[in-house]
Design a protein around this ligand. Structure first.
Ligand code: CTP
Ligand code: CA
Length: 223
C-alpha cells in the first residue's frame, strides 16, 4: 500500500467506477446479461479508497460486498447505469469504466410474461448508449477517463482502436476467454495511453487493482 500512498496523488480525489454486468429485460421475469462478476471493478474501488480517494461505485447486479469507505449505487440495466454515471461524472476527477455493459437491449420489453408458441423466436435488439464514450465526450467537467477492452483476439489492436475512438486517457487491454479475465480470480492487463504503455503481469485481481490504481495515479498526475 505504501507505494501509492507515497505521493498522495489520489488523496481527496473523487473517483467514479462502473462495475459488473448489466441486465436487459425481455419481459418481467427474463433478461439478457453476461459473465462479468464485478470482481475487478470492486477491487479497483477498494484500492482507490485505500489510496485516499473518495470513491463512488455504480454497480450492476453482482453478489459482492461493498468495499470499506466506498459509496455504492446499485443499478440493473445499461440505461440505468448510463443515467447514474452521467449524472455524477462531472463531479468526479477520474472515471474508471470496468462494467461489462450489455451492448444491446430488447427494442420493446414485453409487459407480461412471454408465452412459448413457435419453434423459433427472434429477438429485436437495439444498441445501448456507450457510457464511457459519453463521459469522455463531456465538454464541461470531463473526468480523466480510464476504459477496459475485453478481447478474445487481436487484443492490443482493438484496445488501441477503442482508446482513440472513445478519446480515453488510458485503456486497459484485457485478454479474456479460456479461464482468463471474466469469472477468473487472476488477471493481467496491458495498459495503453498516448505515447506509452505498461504491462501489469498476471496477478490476483486485488493485487492487480493496486498496481493499476498506482498507474492511474501516475498518469493522472502527468496529465
Ligand atoms: N462501455 C461502456 N458502455 C457501453 C459499452 C462499453 O461504458 N455501452 C465501456 C466498458 O466499461 C469498457 C469499454 O467501454 O471500459 C470497452 O467496452 P467493450 O465492451 O470492450 O467495447 P465496446 O466499445 O462495447 O466494443 P465491442 O464490445 O464491440 O468490442
Ligand atoms: Ca461491448
Amino acid at each position: 500500500a505504501a507505494a501509492f500512498f507515497a505521493d498522495g496523488v489520489l488523496a481527496g480525489r473523487r473517483v467514479l467506477i462502473s462495475a459488473g454486468p448489466t441486465r436487459e429485460p425481455l419481459d418481467p421475469v427474463r433478461f439478457i446479461t453476461n459473465r462479468s462478476t464485478g470482481k475487478q471493478g470492486f477491487a479497483i474501488a477498494a484500492a482507490a479508497a485505500a489510496a485516499g480517494a473518495e470513491v463512488t461505485l455504480v454497480a450492476g447486479p453482482v453478489t459482492l460486498p461493498t468495499p470499506a469507505g466506498v459509496a455504492r449505487i446499485d443499478v440493473e440495466s445499461a440505461a440505468e447505469m448510463h443515467a447514474a454515471v452521467l449524472a455524477r461524472a462531472p463531479a468526479h476527477d477520474i472515471f474508471v469504466a470496468t462494467a461489462a455493459v450489455a451492448d444491446y437491449r430488447a427494442a420493446a420489453p414485453a409487459e407480461r410474461k412471454m408465452k412459448k408458441s413457435a419453434e423459433t423466436l427472434t429477438l429485436d435488439l437495439v444498441r445501448n448508449p456507450d457510457i464511457l464514450a459519453d463521459v469522455a465526450a463531456l465538454t464541461s467537467g470531463r473526468p480523466f477517463c480510464v476504459g477496459f477492452a475485453a478481447e478474445t483476439h487481436d487484443v492490443l489492436a482493438y484496445a488501441e482502436d477503442k482508446r482513440r475512438r472513445k478519446r480515453l486517457d488510458l485503456i486497459c487491454a484485457n485478454h479474456v476467454g479460456a479461464g482468463k479475465g471474466f469469472e477468473a480470480d487472476d488477471n493481467a492487463l496491458h495498459v495503453l495511453w498516448e505515447g506509452g504503455s505498461r504491462e501489469l503481469p498476471l496477478a490476483d485481481k486485488r493485487e492487480l487493482a493496486r498496481a493499476l490504481v498506482a498507474l492511474i495515479a501516475e498518469r493522472y498526475a502527468a496529465a
